[in-house]
Design a protein around this ligand. Structure first.
Ligand code: URA
Length: 233
């Protein structure tokens, strides 16, 4: 008789159900790949399947999403939530999955999620050197002084008492700009353009450190592989 308690605990931690629900799933044959396991089924559960699918990654998982407009980066809010775009079991994982910082509801593009608390804090720390790249569509033509203001290291946002770290602005059209920054303050890009007398009409994040949205359509997501996670550290 195999001791299935470690596997049950592991699967419950990955959000496949409560321990009781997982026990039932095992009894009903929904969990496969146990044949090679000895009496003590203690992991790493590499060959285990659930409903004939490989298991989700263990803790340390990072998910990349191409966030659509209109979704909020919150677990409980009135409107549509980014978490609704992920499998419900991801929300039942322990440790919990959180978005790496936030994108405003109207902002689209690259959003990360992780259950790795240390990685999360490193990436959202004000000391983080990780570059984030945004494409902005502006209400009014650029005037030519904005790049210098963004790069100055002295630009102040309304209501704040610490200047922004230098950021890069590339003009990509009369009313279009690419902004590269390392911080992640509340509504930062929108407030930066407001500080230089403009208004952001649309905002899309295309890059987070080495990661891009390559191959991910609006609303799609995928789990990062271990090399991609290592590249974020
Ligand atoms: N800056 C913003 O203004 N909004 C975002 O969602 C991200 C960066």
């Amino acid at each position: 008789m195999k001791d299935l308690r470690p596997l049950t605990k592991y699967l419950a931690g990955l959000g496949y159900g409560s321990r009781k629900e997982v026990e039932t799933a095992i009894r009903r044959g929904r969990v496969g790949g146990l044949e090679g396991c000895g009496k003590g089924v203690v992991g790493p559960f590499e060959n285990v399947t659930f409903d004939d699918e490989p298991l989700d990654p263990p803790p340390g998982m990072v998910v990349i999403m191409n966030k659509p407009a209109g979704y909020t980066c919150s677990r409980a809010d009135g409107g549509q939530l980014v978490y609704e775009l992920l499998p419900p079991r991801f929300l039942a994982r322990t440790p919990a999955l959180s978005s790496v910082g936030r994108l405003d509801a109207p902002t689209t593009g690259l959003l990360l999620f992780t259950d790795d608390g240390q990685l999360l804090h490193r990436l959202i720390s004000p000391r983080s050197e990780t570059e984030k790249v945004y494409e902005a569509v502006l209400a009014r033509p650029l005037e030519g002084h904005e790049g210098e203001a963004f790069a100055s290291g002295t630009l102040m946002l309304r209501g704040e008492d610490k200047p922004l770290k230098p950021a890069r602005l590339e003009v990509t059209g009369e009313c279009n700009a690419r902004v590269t920054l390392t911080e992640g303050r509340y509504h930062q890009v929108r407030r930066m353009f407001a500080a230089v007398g403009n208004h952001v009409e649309a905002l899309h994040r295309t890059q987070f450190g080495p990661l891009t949205l390559d191959g991910l359509a609006d609303g799609e997501w995928r789990v990062l592989d271990s090399d991609e996670v290592a590249g974020l550290a």
